[in-house]
Design a protein around this ligand. Sequence first.
Ligand code: WT7
Length: 659
Amino acid sequence: MSDGDGELEARLVEQEEFEPSDEFVEQANVSDPDIYEEFEENWPDCWERAADLLDWEEEYETVLDDSNEPFYEWFSDGTINASYNCVDRHVENGDKNRVAIKWEGEYGETRTYTYQDLYREVNEFAAALRDMGVEEDEVVTLYMPMVPELPIAMLACARIGAPHSVVFAGFSADALATRMNSADSDYLVTCDGYYRRGDALDHLEKANEGLEGVDHDVEATVVVDRLGDDGFGHELAENQHDWDDLMDEQRGERVEPVERDAEDMLFLMYTSGTTGEPKGVKHTTGGYLAYTAWTSHAVLDLKPEDTYWCSADIGWITGHSYIVYGPLALGTTTVMYEGTPDFPERDRLWDIVEKYAVDVFYTAPTAIRAFMKWGSKFPERRDLSSLRLLGTVGEPINPRAWKWYYKHIGDEECPVVDTWWQTETGGMMITTLPGVKNMKPGSAGPPLPGIDARIVDTEGEEIEPGRAGYLTVNKPWPGMLRTLYKNDERFIDEYWAEYSDEDADEWVYFPEDGAKIDEDGYMTILGRVDDVINVSGHRLGTMEIESAIVGVEGVAEAAVVGGNHEVKGEAVYAYVITEDGYEGDDEMRSRIIEGVEDAIGPIARPEQVVFTPELPKTRSGKIMRRLLEEIANEEELGDTTTLRNPEIVTDIQAKVQGD
Ligand code: WT7
């Protein structure tokens, strides 16, 4: 924990209250305030309500099995298939012609998949995977941009019981290789490229480069042809197959959904932690699907007849849970957009909302801050009156941005849900139920029914309202991660070691966020308390970036911190010591930036690289990151008396301010 309580206190925000309209409450999926009490009294059986949203092959008898804490199991004697629940059952229930996915490409081309279309393509691709030799429980890596083939591939994997590991397309070749190696994945589905602000990007080149770094034999790669004539003319290697060719071969094939145990792995998702090595978060089938369906129903208020749009990328957990699994499990129409919010113009998102008459819209505070900066004239150009509910996720949203969103996008009619959760939690944990609770800008809200989140001090004791402390979750929930892939020990160290009392068998989950609670039980999340930074809602480990920088020739040492950024929330600041004989010049700076892009991807690109002969260190030799953050933010510096080399501080400060 690198933050002191004082610093957390300083991030507290003013509060004010907003009520959902009667009109919203009347139609809300959940509007009975007793739900909180009901869940508490009936815990853990309350979670049957989530599981009831799904069709089980074999009904479960046990809701929660806690015989091996903290390796909790949910609905463990039940069996289920996620693909069946997201696709087949809607077709069987007479909704085959309802739209499942509305896709819009960057140039405005559209593709519409009804549930019947989805059914056909998921089956055909499942058959193709089988033919390539993919067996149950083999991890298939999906390194794909926002094309419809991505959710199709995910659901095809789920159909045959092959867990997927989606790697965000913006990640580098190295990042792909690391994840394929870690997951021992022998199969890759990727894409020739995609469009960004009017340019075709070569994705296959990166994928191929990544494949070169894989330390085992890769059986087969499938390549989606997104670019057509704009493609880069790569020849496919012998074990590389064109998506369309495979689908042609499998035309009309059907694959029985495999009966999966509820606790069988549905997917792996790599995320950043305190150490340099990404963590493979394991989610399982029954609990995850029940939890994402339940929160999509209760929080996003999704109805089958809705058109719903989450503007995240499927390469992150938000897209897994709330573009693909949650909405499709409920039989909703989910919108997918390939491009960026400012292409060709800054009203692109509002253009899409208008065009498809989107009912529910879910985005990130970083996007909202960009919209604010661009001005209200862009949303004003479009008819946004179809909207019923707005959501945000990924980082704290300040009251000013919240109110802008509420007013300029929601016309003061739509409730806003500020949803706190993480890759590890699988789904939303802390937020208002929009049909039940008032909203307080800047505060996510109370924990959802059945979620036992608390704010504690360093001893794990609950603290009084208004004071900054640490967020903990004191009871398990169905959407929780089950472990870190092949690393049970790290799972316990990372999430349970801090606040659990193992001897007393009291297990407490620690998400590594600071927070405070108010008199009404509303929680305000104050940000990470570990060495993880949040750039545009994307989680990056400072250690990962540091090790990429140290890998650059001529770099002796590096320290990376997050500095405040108007739009991104946080931006990467790198303080670098060069080796003897190397200059901290522009050339070095470009090599460092390139090194970070190669190791992780452009999202981790440093905003500033500051060369310094020394880093501020305590007498015990620890880099004082707090100080480096203060310097990045041009704030007044806190205590420097414990430093071994206090004189270096003014020197670094001058460099940052001079830039
Ligand atoms: C971290 C998790 C959940 C999907 C996107 C990010 C921060 C997330 C909020 C929110 C304040 C938030 C936390 C959390 N965070 N939502 N509504 N208010 N902070 O998933 O990459 O796993 O990052 O994002 O710090 O720990 P992730």
